[in-house]
Design a protein. Sequence first.
Lengths: 853, 222
Amino acid sequence: MTLRALLRLAWREGRASRRRLLLLVAAIATGTAALVAINTFTANLRSAITVEARGLLGADLLLSSRSVPTDSLRALADSLACAGGSPCRERATVTTFGAMGYIPTRTGVRLVRVTAVEGAWPFFGEITTSPAGSWPRLQGERIALVDPAFLTALGASVGDTLALGELRLPIAGTVDHVPGDVGIATAFGPRVFIPGALVPETGLLGFGARAEYDTYLRLPAGAAVESIADSLRPRLRPERVRVRTVQDEQRSLGNALERLGRFLGLVALVALLLGGLGVASAIHVLIRQKMETVAVLRCLGGSSRTVFALFLVQAAGIGLLGSMLGAALGLGVEQALPRVLGDFLPVTVTPSVSWPALATGIGLGLWTAVGFALIPLLGVRRISPLATLRRPYETAGRPPRDRWIAVAIVALMLSVVLMAIVQADSLPRGLAFAGGIGVAIAGLWGAALLLVRSLRRWFPHRLAYVWRQGLANLYRPANQTVSVVLSLGFGTFLLATLLLVQHNLLRSLRVDGGSKRANLILFDIQPGQAAGVDSLLRARGLDPTPAVPIVPMRIQSINGKTAQDYSRDTTDVDGQPAGWALRREYRSTYRDSIVASERVTAGRWWGEGSDSAGAPASISVEAGLAEELGVSLGDEITWDVQGVPIPSRVTSLREVDWARFETNFFVVFRPGVLDRAPQTLVTLVRVDSASERGLVQRAVVERFANISALDLSTVQRALDDILGKVGAAIRFMAIFTLGAGLIVLLGALATSRAQRLRETVLLKTLGASRAQVIRVAVAEYLALGTLAALTGLVLALGSAWALAHWLFETQFAVPAAPMLLLAVGVVALTAGTGIWSSVDLFRRTPLDALRNE
Amino acid sequence: MLRCENLTQSYRSGTGMLTVLQDISFEVAPGEFVAIVGPSGSGKTTLLGLLAGLDRPAAGTVRLDGEELSGMDEDQRAALRGAKVGFVFQAYQLIPTLTALENVQVPLELRGESDASRARELLARVGLGDRTDHYPAQLSGGEQQRVALARAFCTRPKILFADEPTGNLDQRTGAGIIDLMTDLNREAGTTLVLVTHDPELAGRARRILRLADGRLVSDTPA
């Protein structure tokens, strides 16, 4: 048979079941749309990052450190940017630190991120302000610019006076956009921009205050930025200066966003696979209904190969049409994605067509349709022409095993793994994802099968007739109950898992939770201020915790070996302490008792008193850190506390519950040796009402300008906000999987239409009223929806519990209301879809029962 | 028991109207056994559908046990069928997901009666007392039609309509079904209206109505 003739025959043969085939087209289109949308978006995002790359950093080179740049660092920077010429206009310094900002004439105070700018930063990209053109005024005038969120929080407006420590500045405008900035960044604290020269006037950067000092450089045109950065890194590392270039910025930003994009792409792939599953299930039933057609074709001289090719061509047509339709749809959906993900984007993404994404989408859609159709289609080859004469019973024994079906299944599984690897763009992640999907589908399949079987096994014979009839309908011959339950269940499973994980994450991060827990943290308290703060709080009827001292320090050596020794020693890489753990600044404390959020896992906690003079100080190290540092009981660590070496010995290890927002520490010293070291103090207090919290903060800040206060309910809102937005982005994609499930349901309904029609009119003939017939259908679809919802929920509870238990290590709780709402939603959606697609069946007259013979 | 007057039915077909039945009038007395015969396409099944209230006629009236069908809506006609009419079809029309017993019970269940004793009794009467829990797929064609017979009689209908009840069965099995049907008919005093193109089967009736091209061409005692 020629290809042309085959195509013509395939077209004619498919004509009769066009409605059913169109639903399969829709099943493929849904997944492809999701895939094309997210991949196009990721591609556009990538090109936007490349285009705006220099603006993301605002300079060619960034040198950042936690301490005031030394003169030699300044000299080095000037020599790079200005060849030593002075004053150097190609260097800018930005100092960032947290402080309490308020408007003296108004109530309220807010923890802000102060960004003090000295020089012409940013050299690339533009900061937009309102009124426009306010940014350069920071370089000469005594003004401040603020995030709009700051004005909103305090009910202030442009023109008001801003108080930061001792400094008072008029607010000259708001900063609306900083290149490379992510909208959600302001959630934790709005920014306030002030001239760099005015930092000393705030009086805030005293001892113990944390600040980031960034030196931005514009290098002469043609400078080899990367090689300069590479040569600087080893020189500056001992001084704890980080070197970053545009490329670094682009890479880390691109990586983070691409990871989100890839993850969403994998969710889209699930939608496509569900569509494929729907195709396989529908074709399986369709083939059974087409047995006679096939047998007739065989009688008329068609070889089994021709007949197989005929249906394969139909499947390919479905795949091609579905994926093209999906691709077009996906480009439409892509326009909506910047709105969903907007707050995470540091760049403006302009929607445009990405041909590789389009081609990948169409290719994957086509393959999914053909690959999934192949397995049931192979059965066509075994239909004998004899079937024209004799119709086999539905329950005839299982057909003999077909080698090719096994081959097709393996090929399909391999291709799914391949798709996952391509979509994840990483071998291990792709494998893990494919494995995860496999486990989830197998679990759902098992759960669906178990539920469907056990319903039949323990059939509720006492129910009213319409219910029994509706339930029995789930088991009609050639039913697709399991595959519908599976595909609807998958959507439910994804949504429920998301809800559960989000709920449990938020719950574990519930920092303002509990009616007795502290919800206000005061920090950077100088030792001389502690008594004053305490009496101020007590005067307001509050009960603060005793102030906890914090002593900043760094590691000088472990068992006599310094960080430099370690970095020079390349022979024993495995046994080395992790670099970050060696270089970071530790904020340690000293106390004689253990607190509620920690537990000694090795060694012994010290008793009262102090270590004998001359002996190394006893310390207790957090167990995870000890592992990173490669230290155990008895090891010696020498600390650099403001230039003074303090030897110590590890006498115990602790496990710390970091999720509890209390004052927790990596390293705790036995009292004695640190008592007189330079330190700041922290105190926690519970203030019930929000307005009182504002007043307390304001009172503290007005009397002790250097003390910062963190209102945990603000942090909580920010966390809720961020997790809510991430959740929304993932839910947006998960909706596609639920959509695919619904289309599979519609496909199954279309396939079983003739049968349902026969049942409906038969019941009517036997005396059933229309209401009874509708009730039977409602019972059937309610049961179907309930099975799907149960399957999804049961599995979601399992996987979310596993995630909470092993990944997030939190207690697991089930939010009953949202789960119930989701379940009811899925059931209602299923029943609604079923009833809606059957409305015309209810209207048919019973004469059809006689006619359709 | 059953009376139709000037019954006419037509369907829209392509460009024009296709008249399937034209001006048919006759009456069936209680307990009578009537066969409607005629070649394929003569309108037999359409007539049966109208008589049983499965469809509305284009013109004319049907009175079933004194009740005028055309004045009723669909649900009223369904209730009437449930109460007074039994059906036997050529393709048995059992519900595949229900057991033999449950299939027989369906018309009773639809009326809200869940007592299984009547259904059991009837299954025993048609010789399937030991197969009540079998599904249709586990029964042979003749057995399935016997289940259908039990279903038709379980509501003690006043009138039974049968559409080619032996069409899918071999001769011997078919004859057994007809025997059963006439026996039940006699025992319960049910009126029987049978549609067939099998002359032998029609010969068992006491009266034969012959259809051709949608018209009643003869009405003769057998």
